[in-house]
Design a protein. Structure first.
Length: 159
């Protein structure tokens, strides 16, 4: 699935893109996962945002805005963890099973390395996604914890 990728600082997000990412994060993390938590945690302004949009389509003569299908939020070392980090990783339900999640993680890892240099990356992964993240070089650090009622693991990827 070909996407148009955007890597941007919070201050440079267009209002329509910010709305799309907040809407998708809410749909996945709050509604789909039935997890009531404050997604707007004050950290977005310090993050870099990776957005994957479907190519714009045309419906008759009216242009449809591109649909956000993939998203990740990335931080330099020292903000979320001692290491650089990737979080809020998601794909839209309609795009699952296409390999897009793997493409998203590859892009996010590459973007972190280009932005801040090759370095370890730590994530707080939902425990049921252990094998998904392991496929991208992340190793379980043996520190299980509950976050918003969902089992998580700290995982670390070293370059």
């Amino acid at each position: 699935m070909a996407l148009d990728w955007q890597w941007t600082a919070f201050a440079d997000l267009r209002s329509a893109d910010l709305y799309a990412l907040l809407q998708l994060r809410s749909a996945v993390f709050v509604v789909e996962q039935n997890c009531v938590f404050q997604d707007l945690d004050g950290a977005d302004a310090q993050a870099m945002h990776l957005l994957g949009f479907a190519a714009a389509s045309k419906a008759g003569s009216l242009a449809q805005p591109p649909q956000l299908l993939a998203y990740a939020r990335c931080f330099p070392a020292g903000l979320k963890f001692d290491e650089a980090s990737i979080g809020r990783v998601l794909t839209a339900p309609a795009a699952r099973g296409t390999g897009l999640g793997h493409a998203l993680m590859e892009r996010a890892i590459q973007a972190v390395q280009v932005q801040w240099g090759a370095q370890p990356i730590r994530i707080g992964a939902q425990a049921h996604l252990l094998n998904f993240y392991a496929a991208h070089g992340f190793v379980d650090q043996g520190l299980p914890y509950l976050e918003d009622g969902i089992a998580h693991l700290e995982m670390l990827r070293t370059p």
